[in-house]
Ligand binder design. Structure first.
Ligand SMILES: *Cc1c(COP(=O)(O)O)cnc(C)c1O
Length: 364
C-alpha cells in the first residue's frame, strides 16, 4: 500500500487540488452531450479512405511537422500565406502548450461561462485565472469588466470562444476588437464552432500582432482524430513549436485529416443539415411550456428550464435513453440550464419527445 500522504509529497499542490475532467458514460444512449457531428461517411468514401490507410507506414514515426496536412489546411481553410500553423492533438493540447509556455506568475483571462479547459489547464499549471462574467441578458461580453481585468492584471493570454461554448452565441466583433487593441498579452480566438457560424477572425490576423486563431476538426465531424491547429505570426508559432512534442499528431490522424479535407463537400453538406436542424430544434424547444431556448451559431443549443427543474429533467431524459449536458451544477448564469447537441432529425425528434415526457412528469 502506498501511504496516503505520499502523493502529496511528490506532486505539486495544484495537481492534488484538481478534479479529473469527467466524461459521462454514453453506452447505448442517444448521444447529444458532446457537440459531435451525428453523421458518418457514405460507403464509397469510407472505402477509398481505407485504401489510403493501407499505405500508411506504421513502423515509421509520423512526419513531425505534418507537412502534407498543413498544406491541405492552408489550401482548404483559407489560411493566409504569411502566417504559421501549429498542430495540436486536439485544440485542448494547443491550449496546454500556450499555457505551458507562460512564466509561473502569469495570469489568464476568459469570459464565464466559457470552455472549461481554459481554467482546468490554467489551474493544473498553477497560473492565475480570471473569469469575467458575461452579461446576463444575451450572454454578451462585459467589455468594461474585461478591460478592467486587462488593466489590473495584464493577462498573458486571453481566450475568447467565437461562438462561445456553452452559450452558443457569437460575441460582438467590436467588443473583441476593443479587447485585442487594449490587451498587452495574446488574444486567442477559439473558433471550434466556425463551421456553423459564418464568422471568423482568420481574415483579420494581419491587423493585430497579438491575435491568434485556433480551430479544431472535432465539431466538424472528426472528433475521434484529435486534431486542432493554431494560426498566427511566425514569431509566436515558432516559440510554441519548441514545446510541442515532436510526434504529437500520429500518422493515422495526419493521413485521415488530409483525406477528409479533400472531401470538404461532404462535411459542408452535413454542416448545412445540422444548421437547418438547429433552427427546427430551437423552435421545438421554445414551443414547450416553461422553456427558454437561446439562439445559437454553433451545433448545440443552450436552454433554461423553470427554476429548480433542470436536474430532474436531465435525469428523466437519461432514464429515457437520451444523454445531454446538465449545466445547472455550474450555477451562476447557468443555473437551470441544459445543453443539447444537434443530432440527426430522428435523434432530435426522440429528444423532443423525451423532453415532452419529462416536462409532464416534472409538473406532477
Ligand atoms: C470542443 C471545444 C474545444 C476542444 O476541441 P478539441 O479539438 O476536440 O480538443 C475547444 N474549444 C471549444 C470552445 C470547444 O467547445
Amino acid at each position: 500500500m502506498i501511504p496516503s500522504d505520499l502523493p502529496a509529497s511528490i506532486f505539486r499542490k495544484e495537481v492534488l487540488a484538481l478534479s479529473a475532467y469527467k466524461v459521462a458514460d454514453a453506452a447505448g444512449m442517444i448521444k447529444l452531450d458532446a457537440m459531435e457531428n451525428p453523421y458518418g461517411w457514405p460507403l464509397d468514401i469510407q472505402s477509398s479512405w481505407l485504401d489510403t490507410l493501407k499505405d500508411c507506414p506504421l513502423n515509421r514515426y509520423p512526419d513531425p511537422e505534418g507537412r502534407q496536412l498543413v498544406r491541405a489546411l492552408r489550401e482548404l481553410e483559407a489560411i493566409p500565406e504569411q502566417f504559421e500553423v501549429l498542430l495540436g492533438n486536439g485544440s485542448d493540447e494547443i491550449i496546454q502548450m500556450l499555457l505551458m509556455a507562460l512564466p509561473p506568475t502569469a495570469s489568464v483571462l476568459a469570459p464565464a461561462p466559457g470552455f472549461v479547459m481554459y481554467k482546468q489547464l490554467s489551474d493544473s499549471l498553477g497560473l492565475r485565472y480570471h473569469a469575467v462574467p458575461l452579461l446576463a441578458e444575451g450572454f454578451g461580453l462585459d467589455l468594461p469588466a474585461m478591460l478592467a481585468v486587462i488593466a489590473g492584471h495584464q493577462p498573458s493570454v486571453i481566450f475568447i470562444a467565437y461562438p462561445n461554448n456553452p452559450t452558443g452565441n457569437l460575441f460582438s466583433g467590436e467588443a473583441i476588437d476593443g479587447i485585442i487593441k487594449t490587451a498587452n498579452g495574446l488574444v486567442v480566438i477559439d473558433e471550434a464552432y466556425a463551421p456553423f457560424a459564418n464568422a471568423s477572425f482568420m481574415g483579420r490576423l494581419a491587423e493585430y500582432d497579438n491575435l491568434l486563431v485556433m480551430r479544431t476538426v472535432s465539431k466538424l465531424g472528426l472528433a475521434g482524430l484529435r486534431l486542432g491547429y493554431l494560426v498566427g505570426k511566425p514569431e509566436w508559432i515558432g516559440e510554441l513549436n519548441k514545446i510541442r512534442l515532436p510526434y504529437n499528431i500520429n500518422s493515422l490522424t495526419q493521413l485521415t485529416a488530409d483525406f477528409a479535407l479533400r472531401h470538404k463537400a461532404l462535411f459542408d453538406s452535413q454542416t448545412q443539415r445540422i444548421c437547418a436542424e438547429r433552427e427546427a430544434l430551437l423552435a421545438g424547444l421554445n414551443a414547450m411550456d416553461g422553456l427558454v431556448a437561446y439562439p445559437s451559431a454553433a451545433n448545440f443549443i443552450l436552454f433554461r428550464t423553470k427554476p429548480g427543474q433542470a436536474d430532474a429533467i436531465f435525469t428523466s431524459l437519461k432514464a429515457q435513453g437520451v444523454l445531454i449536458k446538465n449545466l445547472n451544477p455550474q450555477g451562476g448564469l447557468l443555473a437551470d440550464c441544459l445543453r443539447v447537441t444537434v443530432g440527426t432529425p430522428e435523434e432530435n425528434a426522440a429528444f423532443l419527445q423525451a423532453m415532452g415526457n419529462s416536462l409532464i412528469l416534472s409538473q406532477c
